[in-house]
Design a protein around this ligand. Structure first.
Ligand SMILES: Nc1nc2nc(S)n(CCO)c2c(=O)[nH]1
Length: 160
């Protein structure tokens, strides 16, 4: 079976945020076909989008997986549900958020899944932890490296 290296964005801004991140990583690691190989540092970040909510803890995980993109997506959704992720408001607070950022060098556009994650190049809370792992990696379809996008989006003062 081919092993693909994929990157996951993690976020939590409800409940015991750090414990939620740790639990999500642990559950991911023990899922069939998924091994967590590296983790970025964890950053405390001001909410973007819907700003009237608590600060987030964000991080990125590198995984080696034999799952297809769709099976990996379903695994992420399963772990979110196991951590009682309730999708009340689309942009509202959540115990855990697991976003599939990159799946090898693939570009995927389906009804249910877009990879690279469509908003990742605008999100310092994704780019900065991802740059801790793969600064020189070109984000497929953009021709630019992760560290380039960090510089382009600017280092927000609240993320140090
Ligand atoms: N800082 C920060 N702001 C956010 N706004 C939304 S929505 N989210 C959820 C991203 O899928 C976040 C987040 O993870 N971190």
């Amino acid at each position: 079976m081919t092993k693909i290296i994929a990157y996951i964005g993690l976020g939590s801004n409800l409940g015991r945020r750090m414990a939620n991140l740790e639990e999500a990583v642990d559950r991911l690691h023990h899922r069939e076909g998924v091994h967590v190989t590296r983790l970025s540092p964890v950053y405390e970040t001001a909410p973007v989008g819907y700003v009237n909510q608590p600060d987030f803890l964000n991080a990125c995980a590198e995984i080696k997986t034999t799952l297809s993109p769709m099976d990996l997506l379903h695994t992420l959704l399963d772990v979110e549900r196991e951590l009682h992720r309730v999708r009340v408001m689309r942009w509202g607070p959540r115990t855990i958020d697991l976003d599939l950022l990159l799946y090898g060098d693939q570009i995927i556009q389906t009804e249910d899944l877009t990879v690279p994650h469509p908003r990742m190049t605008e999100r310092p809370f994704v780019l900065i932890p991802l740059a801790d792992l793969i600064p020189e990696r070109i984000i497929p379809g953009t021709g630019k490296t992760v560290i380039h996008w960090v510089r382009e989006t600017g280092q927000p003062e609240d993320l140090v």
